[in-house]
Design a protein around this ligand. Structure first.
Ligand code: PGA
Length: 249
């Protein structure tokens, strides 16, 4: 069964007080949310403990925005999956365009993260997507194909079912310019086809592929109505309790 997920990516946008207000706000509105969707939030590392505590005994899952692909070792400033697992964290984001762009993470390095996270029994979510320049040059499919093939290189068949994908066109992230449901569906269907060619039809059929990029309460329903869009990875609109709850309805 394909998992349906609405995930909030809080990025580096919130201070402790804002996280406390946001998490309490979400918690109080949970009974009015759609039970078909798994709810997931990605706070900064420094807020993981607080967020896990506040959402304890609720259906909200907490994931990490990043990790370093190594067991416990001397990597100053980095965080290991072992440390995340101490908090019960399973979901990890990999390959968000901000990390590709600002932290210079390459497809090869992201592949190491995917392989490591899977070997650690985590639930990685690999983000892919083209820039505006690439879309205008007609390279969307080529870029996404390369990100998928390089990112998922050597992933063992028995581990791939723990992975999900987020298609996030870079030109739609934080810009208010959302992809049309047709534009998004076209790429989601393409990604599913690529997953099928790399693995097996059942794997592709059961893989959750989320859309991200200016998802808002007023555009989410038409995106989720598409057959290959299994949820949303949401930045801005996930960082206020009212708008996140509106998305979750
Ligand atoms: P946005 O961000 O919803 O603010 O466009 C999405 C993301 O970066 O995951």
């Amino acid at each position: 069964m394909r998992k349906k997920i609405i995930a909030g990516n809080w990025k580096m946008n919130l201070g402790a007080l804002q996280v406390a207000q946001l998490t309490e706000g979400i918690k109080h509105g949970l009974e009015k949310t759609n039970p078909k969707y798994e709810i997931l939030v990605f706070p900064s590392f420094v807020h993981l403990h607080m967020t896990v505590e506040i959402f304890r005994e609720t259906r909200v899952k907490v994931g990490a925005q990043n990790f370093y692909p190594s067991k416990l070792a001397a990597y100053t400033g980095e965080i290991s999956c072992d440390q995340l697992k101490d908090f019960g964290i399973q979901y990890v984001l990999i390959g968000h365009s901000e990390r590709r762009q600002f932290l210079l993470e390459t497809n090869e390095f992201l592949n190491k993260k995917v392989l490591h996270a899977l070997s650690e029994h985590m639930l990685p979510m690999l983000c892919v997507g083209e820039t505006l320049e690439e879309r205008e040059a007609g390279k969307t499919f080529e870029v996404v194909k390369e990100q998928i093939h390089k990112g998922l290189k050597d992933v063992p068949l028995e581990e791939v079912s723990r992975l999900s994908i987020a298609y996030e066109p870079v030109w739609a992230i934080g810009t208010g310019k959302v992809a049309t449901p047709e534009q998004a569906e076209e790429v989601h269907a393409f990604i599913r086809q690529e997953i099928q060619s790399l693995f097996k039809p059942e794997i592709a059929e059961n893989m959750s592929i989320l859309y991200g990029g200016s998802v808002k309460p007023d555009n989410i329903a038409e995106l989720l109505a598409k057959p290959n869009i299994d949820g949303g990875l949401v930045g801005g609109a996930s960082q206020k309790a009212d708008s996140f709850l509106a998305l979750l309805k």
